[in-house]
Structure formats: structure tokens, C-alpha cells
Design a protein around this ligand. Structure first.
Ligand SMILES: Nc1ncnc2c1ncn2[C@@H]1O[C@H](COP(=O)(O)OP(=O)(O)OP(=O)(O)O)[C@@H](O)[C@H]1O
Length: 280
């Protein structure tokens, strides 16, 4: 059995988060303020949200509503000031190997090859050279980068670089994958392919994914549930189930339910975006 197979769990058929699913992330009354005094910015206001262990959860909302802030708090990259965030490993107080983040700008080491980039994280978690090499190759294959192991990031397209970044992140087997607009810098066609690949990879690895995006279609295509946040200070205004089949390909874009749900969510997001431009 490979490391990739090892991660695989049984899939449900609808992709919807089930009410009795094991908890993955619990966000309990979290408020976050940047700075102090007159120049302080209330970024998040009393966020409550439970995300199941095998759920793909998207965060949508107007620019500046605090999506990235919430993601970084879950990751432990900024300290929780008020409220609590917990995972099965306990209360989040700092970054941990159970939570990994993928950024929009790929964040690969430019001086390392694809293989070396993937190996980097594996060495950090203490895998022996041989095991690390084998695992790196498995995850390079998972993201279809065979043949590019010895290429440097500058020799790859944006989509390939992001696949390498995803391989590097998945290879260390975090329980939770935090993704901050990871496809934002890609052209529309590559973005579509990456969405399909990510959804397929998620189907095999069954991690908790929290995915920040501005793109309603992307959220509906990828997620089991979608949180729509208000304009700043960010609150969770709506949490919406996405009752689409687990396996989603291009054909889902023609699915009536997909279209109707996307339109419904677009209207909800638009309300928040209009409120943001009016400054409340
Ligand atoms: N380090 C910081 N210091 C002060 N204010 C900050 C800091 N980081 C974010 N903010 C403010 O907090 C609010 C939320 O920012 P955040 O980046 O979380 O929003 P976002 O929804 O991810 O935005 P976008 O969609 O534009 O990326 C914004 O008003 C932002 O200006």
C-alpha cells in the first residue's frame, strides 16, 4: 500500500457534510482585532463554525471581510485573541504539522527542483531518505508531474507550480489543508483543470479542507458546504450545503442544481459586497 492509498477513506455519495460526521475544526465565538486604539481594525466578529473531519469547506465573502484572517487563525499563524479554535489534537495555539497552508503564489523554493521541494517537508518531519524519496515520488505522480521531478519552478507553468506546491503540502499528510485562493493566479482553463484535480485528490485523501475564494462557481464546484461571510467585521451570515454528487467533472457545470445553487449563492454574496461598498 502506498502513502497515497493509506490516506484514502471511504467516500460518501453526495459529498454533503453529514450531521453526525466527526468534528475536524470547531470555531467557537472567535473575534479578531488588528492593532490597538484609534487605528485598530475589527476584522472578525464572533465567528462560530464547525467543519467536519472529511469536509471540503469554502469561505466566500467580500474583499477584506476576514477570510484570510480566519484561515491563519485556524492554522495557528496568528494567535487567537478571543474565543477558541480546536481540532481533534486540541486547542489551536500555534502552527502544527496537522494543519498545512497553500497560498496563491505557490510558495516553492525557486532554487530547489520539484523533487527537492517535496522532499524538504518530508525531511523536516524526520523521514529517512529512502522513505522520503518514495513518498515524494508518489505525491509527484498524484499531481501528474512525472517527468518534471528535476525541473526548477521557473521552468514550470503556473498550474504546474501550484500542483508541485500541493504535492509538497499533501506529502507531509496534514489532517487539515488550508487553501488561500490557491488558484487565483491561474488562467481560467488551468484553474478549471486544477479544480477538478483538487476535488479528485480530496476524494482520495479525505482531508478537512478550508478553501478561501472569491469565485462562487469555484466554491460550488469544490465544496460540501459554503460559508458566506458579511462585509467587515466578518461574521458568518449563511452556511449552505452543496448537495451535488461526490465525483464532479466538467459536466456538473451544466447540472441544473449546480446552476441554481450558484445563482442563489451569487445573490447572497452580492448583498454582502454591496454592503461592503456602502461601508456597513
Ligand atoms: N496585519 C494586519 N494589520 C492590520 N489590518 C489587517 C492586517 N491584516 C488584515 N487586516 C485587515 O483586516 C481585514 C480582513 O483582512 P483579510 O485579509 O483577512 O480579508 P480577506 O477577506 O481575506 O480579504 P481579500 O478577499 O481581499 O483577500 C481587512 O480590513 C484588512 O485590511
Amino acid at each position: 500500500m502506498t502513502a497515497v492509498d493509506n490516506l484514502a477513506g471511504s467516500a460518501n455519495t453526495t459529498g454533503a457534510a453529514s450531521a453526525n460526521a466527526a468534528p475536524g475544526i470547531r470555531i467557537d465565538d472567535v473575534t479578531h482585532t488588528y492593532g490597538r486604539g484609534d487605528s485598530s481594525v475589527l476584522a472578525l466578529n464572533r465567528i462560530n463554525l464547525d467543519i467536519a473531519e472529511t469536509e471540503f469547506h469554502a469561505l466566500l465573502g467580500p474583499s477584506g471581510c476576514g477570510k484570510s484572517t480566519l484561515l491563519y487563525l485556524i492554522g495557528g499563524f496568528i494567535p487567537v485573541q478571543q474565543g477558541t479554535i480546536s481540532t481533534p489534537r486540541g486547542v489551536v495555539r500555534q502552527p502544527g504539522p496537522d494543519r498545512a497552508i497553500v497560498f496563491q503564489n505557490f510558495a516553492l523554493f525557486p532554487w530547489k527542483t520539484v523533487r527537492e521541494n517535496v522532499l524538504y517537508g518530508l525531511k523536516k518531519i524526520g523521514l529517512r531518505r529512502e522513505e522520503a524519496e518514495q513518498r515524494a515520488q508518489e505525491f509527484i505522480s498524484l499531481v501528474h508531474l512525472n517527468g518534471f521531478e528535476n525541473s526548477y519552478p521557473s521552468q514550470l507553468s503556473g498550474g504546474m507550480q501550484q500542483r508541485a506546491a500541493i504535492a509538497r503540502t499533501l506529502a507531509v499528510d496534514p489532517k487539515t489543508l488550508l487553501m488561500d485562493e490557491p488558484f487565483g493566479a491561474l488562467d481560467a482553463q488551468t484553474r478549471r483543470v486544477m479544480q477538478e484535480e483538487l476535488r479528485a485528490i480530496w476524494g482520495r485523501t479525505r482531508k478537512t479542507v478550508v478553501f478561501v475564494t472569491h469565485d462562487v462557481q469555484e466554491a460550488v464546484f469544490l465544496a460540501d458546504r459554503i460559508s458566506i461571510m458579511s462585509s467587515r467585521p466578518g461574521r458568518i451570515e449563511h452556511v449552505i450545503d452543496v448537495p451535488l454528487p461526490k465525483d464532479r467533472g466538467e459536466e456538473i457545470l451544466e447540472n441544473r442544481e449546480f446552476i441554481q445553487l450558484s445563482e442563489h449563492i451569487w445573490r447572497l454574496v452580492r448583498e454582502q459586497a454591496i454592503a461592503a461598498t456602502r461601508g456597513h
